[in-house]
Every structure is written in structure tokens, then in C-alpha cells.
Write a protein that binds this ligand. Structure first.
Ligand code: SF4
Length: 529
């Protein structure tokens, strides 16, 4: 039988320096391809994360391996880098190039236009199998599924009329369990928050989410039906990996692990029966936690250390704008339940600068986080910036909602302030005051990281010291001005030498930083919370 070489590639992106999880999707694809083709497909991995490889270095290594097939996984912030890799290697070698991942699922044609042979919409196991079989192993009678978009040289005439769409199998068990053999797991740092020195493995029990929140793109890749793997398969995966890698912690990547109480019941039963010891955390929605409260005690006994919840914002109207289809009050109930059961960790994920955000809503969110934190020592939050991803409701008519701070896809990543809503720019600063000294001290200990307009923001930070920023902010606030007035003042001080986008980024980041660090106070008889 013919033997081929295939390379899996995770391209680099800005922000990969600290959190380095091994790629669960690649481990699943490798496992499946290994199961189907055995030694006929020799797989390699070029992962930018552990060595912080550049596109040049990745391209060079691909050319050295000279693979027959290249499978690139692409999130939005990796599009530019992926296309760069494709262009570079095509100057020297010509493997078939297959792209998949979140961004490919929403814009598959882009990759074909830029030199890829195949783009896969949605999950990739079967698509990859069929592509390899047809291109390399002469299985001519196989049909390409509708989730494959391809270069016209492969396209059969009859496929032209087939609508390209997501293809999802109901039977996710057939994809097996991930195979981590092509990863050097010692070089990654997935964790479950409670002890970052102890490395965890990622795991997923289900694919898909039915809620379609307006900012979320998950359904475009994984669909809107929640498809679980069997509890036995998930349990056996954990058991096997604990033995093989001496792993004690698991981070469930499911959008909502607790969605099915019967699944969880069976999974817990297996852990109880075999008395398997491991620590794990998962993500869930507050109303689902409340609905399945009868399982919490057992989950805890079976090693569950805590939950991550998409809190987003404290403000109810803003939250409702996101169309999350649940009530803000459910968070307090879920939080109290989890605290009562003494789960070690509760993490809220918060999203700043969504359409509808104002100075008050931002302040309100951080004030509420302080209250949650006071009640529980291992309460943490992770802040993300609202990012309009292609294919989401949030991304529709975006120019009417606010200002896009960069069109470069590398910055469509929630660690960057890449969009600022008009609701925020037009919001009043009345009654808010910045304490310049507190802000200066906080900036000594932590910095404003992951900036898009690096040079301009660095110049502004240099030119306008914290005392000066506080003075301008407070003057605008005293005059009942809005954030746009503050931006105009800063633009004027800077002699109109930098673009408005960089001013917005600077002001947005400074205000968010100051609010988060307690350097902004609200003076009013009626407190915000
Ligand atoms: S934000 Fe969470 S609940 Fe909402 S659609 Fe995305 S994964 Fe589902």
C-alpha cells in the first residue's frame, strides 16, 4: 500500500506566550487518521505554540519534511499567518493543502482562492479521511461530503450544484479518543486554575451548542445540536491517559458539560464505581447548574473542582442585548449554590465593550465582581473584549454599532480591544472620577498588554502621564462630558498626529484598566449597585 507523509500545523498568533494548551482538535484528527490508515499515513506536528515558531520557521520545517499533505487548523487570528505559510511553501513544494477550523468554516472560499486545495466546514475527521482516500489511495467511488469546498481541479462537475454546508455526524463516538503521541506534553501548560503548576489535559464530551448567543460563532463549526460522546468512552479516555501520562487534572472544553443530566449521572456513576481519582473543571450555564443541582454534590465528590461561567456583564439590559436566552439573576443563584457546596473554584468570563456597553455598565460589572470576590477566595474572572466574528449576529451592520479598531484579522482575538461601541463613546462621565495616584501605582505593577496600535499607544502612554490623564478625564467628567469628548481632548493634545482608532484604543484600555484596578470612583447619592 502507498505510504504518505502528512503534517498538522497550528500557525502562530499574537498572545501565545503564556497559555499553551495542547491542541485537542489535532489530537482527535491524528487519532482518527491513525486508526483509519495506520502506517500508510505518517503524521508530523508543527505547532507554533511550544517554541513560539514564526511563519518563516514553520514554512522552512514543512519544506524540510516535504509532506504529501498539509492540514492547517485556522482560527480567525491565524488567517493571515496561515495564508503566509501557504504562499511560502508553495514556492518550494506542492503538497495538497487542507484547511479547517473556526474561520475556515465561515469563509472556506478564501483559503481556496489563496492556494489551499481543500477547505473543511465544521468537524474534520471524516472530511480528512475522504480527501486522503480520494487523492492518495484511489478510492474514486467515494463521494465528497457537502462540507468540503475544493479547488476546481478536484471538483467533479456534479458537485457544482451541491450546496456547501456543515456536515455533522450524530455518532461522535466513532471518532474515538484523542491520541497525544505527536505532542510533547511536557511543553504545554493547560491547567484547571486551582494549581497552575499542575498540568492538565483538555477533554471534550460533547460537540455543539443550541443557544446561538449573538456574539458566539461556535454553532458555525459544531452545529446547534448537542452531540455527546458516550460516558464510557470519555471515562476510558481519562483512565487510559492517567495511566499513560500520569495526569491528574482535566479541563473540559464543552460549551455546557452539564447540559444533559443523564449523561452526567452515568459519567459520575462510572467514576464512583471505579473510584477513579482526578480533578476536573467544566463550563456551564447558570440556569443549567441550578436545574441540575441534585448532581452537584456527587460531581464534587468525583473530583470536580469548579465551574467556568459566561457572566459577560452585570448589566441586565446589556446582557439581554447578547441574546443569551437566560436571566442575569441565575448567576447569583448558581454562584450561591456552588459556594454552598464548597466548590474550590468559580470563574466568571466577562466581556467588555459589547454593543450597549457604557461607562456605567463597565463600572457596574467590576463593582459586582468585587462583591463576588469578597464572598469566595477562589473566585476568579477572565476579561475578554467583545470581538465581532464573521457569521455572528454581532458582526452584522457593525459600522452602525461602533468603530472597528483594526481590519487586520490577526487582532480579531478577544485579548485585543478590536471594537469600541458608540454606546461607550457616547456615554457620560458625569460623577466618575479617576484617582491619578492609584492609577500610577497600578500601572507600576501591571501593564496594558496586547495592544493593536502599539507605537501610537506607547507614545500616548509616554506623553500623557497618569496624573495628566486623570486631570483631563476629571475635567471632562466635571463638565458632564462624554467619552468622545475625552478622546477629542487627547487627540488635540497629541496634535492630531495619530489615528482616531489608536486614540479609542488608548482611552478604552486606560478606562477599562482604571475601572478594573479600582482607580475610578463613582460619586453619587444613588450608587450604581
Ligand atoms: S456563548 Fe456559550 S451558550 Fe452561548 S452560543 Fe456560545 S457556547 Fe453556546
Amino acid at each position: 500500500m502507498r505510504k504518505i507523509k502528512m503534517v498538522f500545523v497550528r500557525p502562530p498568533f499574537e498572545g501565545m506566550e503564556t497559555y499553551k494548551p495542547p491542541h485537542l482538535g489535532i489530537a482527535m484528527l491524528f487519532s482518527y487518521i491513525n486508526k483509519v490508515f495506520g502506517n500508510s499515513v505518517k503524521c508530523f506536528l508543527l505547532d507554533a505554540l511550544p517554541d513560539e515558531l514564526s511563519t518563516d520557521e514553520i514554512s522552512k520545517r514543512i519544506c524540510e519534511i516535504r509532506p504529501d499533505a498539509l492540514a492547517i487548523t485556522v482560527k480567525t487570528m491565524q488567517v493571515v499567518q496561515s495564508l503566509d505559510i501557504i504562499q511560502k511553501i508553495k514556492k518550494n513544494i506542492s503538497p495538497i493543502i487542507i484547511c479547517g477550523g473556526n474561520h475556515v468554516s465561515v469563509d472556506p472560499e478564501l483559503f481556496i482562492k489563496c492556494g489551499a486545495d481543500f477547505s473543511v466546514i465544521g468537524e474534520g475527521e471524516e472530511a480528512l479521511e475522504i480527501i486522503l482516500k480520494k487523492v492518495f489511495f484511489e478510492c474514486k467511488n467515494l463521494e465528497y461530503p457537502p462540507n468540503i469546498v475544493m479547488n476546481s481541479k478536484y471538483d467533479q462537475a456534479e458537485r457544482e450544484n451541491i450546496k456547501k454546508c456543515i456536515y455533522l455526524s450524530d455518532d461522535v463516538d466513532k471518532y474515538g479518543i484523542p491520541n497525544w503521541e505527536i505532542f510533547d506534553l511536557t511543553r504545554y501548560n493547560e491547567n484547571i486554575h486551582i494549581n497552575k503548576a499542575s498540568h492538565a489535559l483538555p477533554i471534550i464530551a460533547s460537540r455543539g451548542c443550541l443557544y446561538k448567543c449573538d456574539f458566539c460563532s461556535t454553532h458555525l463549526t459544531w452545529g446547534t445540536t448537542v452531540r455527546y460522546r458516550s460516558p464510557h468512552l470519555v471515562f476510558n479516555e481519562i483512565k487510559k491517559e492517567i495511566e499513560k501520562y500520569n495526569i491528574s487534572d482535566y479541563h473540559f472544553y464543552d460549551d455546557n458539560l452539564l447540559f444533559s443530566d443523564t449523561w452526567m449521572d452515568e459519567f459520575l456513576w462510572l467514576i464512583e464505581k471505579e473510584r477513579l481519582k482526578f480533578n476536573w473543571i467544566c463550563l456551564s450555564r447558570p440556569e443549567i447548574i441550578c436545574k441540575n443541582r441534585h448532581l452537584l454534590e456527587r460531581m464534587k465528590k468525583c473530583g470536580c473542582k469548579g465551574f467556568e461561567l459566561g457572566f459577560e456583564t452585570q448589566n441586565e439590559d446589556l446582557y439581554n442585548n447578547m441574546n443569551k436566552k437566560n436571566k442575569k439573576t441565575a448567576f447569583i443563584e448558581a454562584y450561591n449554590l456552588l459556594s454552598e457546596k464548597e466548590f474550590e473554584m468559580i470563574e466568571f468570563l466577562i466581556m467588555c465593550f459589547y454593543d450597549g456597553e457604557t461607562m456605567k455598565t463597565l463600572f457596574e460589572t467590576y463593582e459586582s465582581l468585587k462583591k463576588y470576590k469578597k464572598k469566595k477566595s477562589l473566585f476568579i474572572y477572565s476579561r475578554y473584549f467583545a470581538t465581532p466574528f464573521l457569521g455572528t449576529k454581532f458582526n452584522e451592520n457593525l459600522c452602525e454599532k461602533g468603530v472597528i479598531l483594526s481590519n487586520n484579522l490577526e487582532y480579531k482575538h478577544a485579548i485585543f480591544l478590536n471594537f469600541i461601541p458608540y454606546s461607550f463613546l457616547n456615554s457620560s462621565l458625569e460623577n466618575f472620577r479617576v484617582n491619578g495616584k492609584t492609577l500610577a501605582i497600578q500601572l507600576l505593577f501591571s501593564q496594558i498588554d496586547y495592544v493593536i496600535h502599539k507605537n501610537e499607544v506607547a507614545t500616548l502612554l509616554d506623553k500623557i502621564n497618569t496624573e495628566k490623564f486623570a486631570k483631563i478625564f476629571n475635567e471632562v467628567a466635571e463638565n458632564r462630558g462624554i467619552i468622545q469628548d475625552l478622546c477629542d481632548r487627547i487627540l488635540c493634545i497629541n496634535n492630531y498626529t495619530c489615528c482616531l482608532e489608536s486614540i479609542y484604543e488608548y482611552v478604552g484600555r486606560m478606562i477599562e484598566f482604571a475601572v478594573a484596578k479600582g482607580a475610578i470612583k463613582y460619586k453619587n447619592e444613588n450608587p450604581i449597585l
